[in-house]
Design a protein around this ligand. Structure first.
Ligand code: AMP
Length: 210
């Protein structure tokens, strides 16, 4: 089961990708998380990537492709994986295509205005959890439920970066989605519903083809 999850920032693609990974016991691979992990750990890669991630720009393909390749050739990926945030442009899609065949590509569809509305109220914690001021607030304002650290707004959730990320999504990622549509493996899911409803729609499409 090799699964891709697409969607504009704020569509909840990460949440859905994690739910798929848990339910079908597949490794969850999110390129954004890998970059944030390196940034937090202060690695050279993290420093190099942060120049791009902070501004909402794509990290160069040669860096990103290698990260994905080295992850999906690991033994835990032999039966499949859930990939969130990759491929994001045509070059990355070609690179992935040379390595593996994709069974399902889910597009979590959400209008830009709704995505912006969701992102502007998003709070992050350095442990990796994220919250939403209205839909998923922390128990104590501004503090992470899990680790007690102070919550913050991600650099790339600030308005200029959000606009740039959505622009890249439309210009560079949408043509990639079209490739999977032409191959007949794209499933468009309405992202403007409750989390469990979105997931139920995904499950339905998986079970139809499994
Ligand atoms: P995300 O959490 O998926 O929104 O990713 C956060 C940031 O990581 C993006 O805005 C990019 O700067 C970088 N990033 C994640 N995935 C990729 C990718 N496939 N190609 C290039 N940059 C990426």
């Amino acid at each position: 089961m090799r699964i891709l999850v697409f969607g504009p920032q704020g569509s909840g693609k990460g949440t859905q990708a994690e739910l798929i990974s848990r339910k079908y016991k597949l490794p969850y691979i999110a390129t954004g998380d890998i970059f944030r992990f390196h940034l937090k750990s202060g690695t050279e890669l993290g420093k190099k990537a942060s120049r791009y991630t902070d501004a909402g720009e794509l990290v160069p393909d040669e860096i990103t492709n290698e990260i994905v390749k080295s992850r999906i050739i690991q033994p835990d990926c032999v039966n499949g994986f859930v990939l969130d945030g990759f491929p994001r442009n045509i070059f990355q899609a070609k690179f992935l295509n040379e390595m593996v065949e994709i069974d399902w590509a889910f597009l979590i569809d959400l209008a830009d205005e709704k995505a912006i509305e969701r992102l502007k109220d998003r709070l992050a914690c350095k442990c990796g959890l994220s919250y939403h001021l209205l839909n998923n607030p922390p128990k104590v304002a501004g503090i992470c439920d899990k680790c007690g650290n102070k919550l913050f707004i991600r650099e790339d959730d600030k308005p200029e970066a959000i606009n740039r990320r959505l622009e890249i999504y439309h210009q560079e990622t949408e043509p990639v989605i079209k490739i999977y549509q032409d191959r007949g493996v794209l499933y468009k899911i309405n992202g403007d519903q409750e989390i469990k409803k979105v997931f139920a729609d995904i499950e339905k499409n998986i079970s139809l083809k499994k």
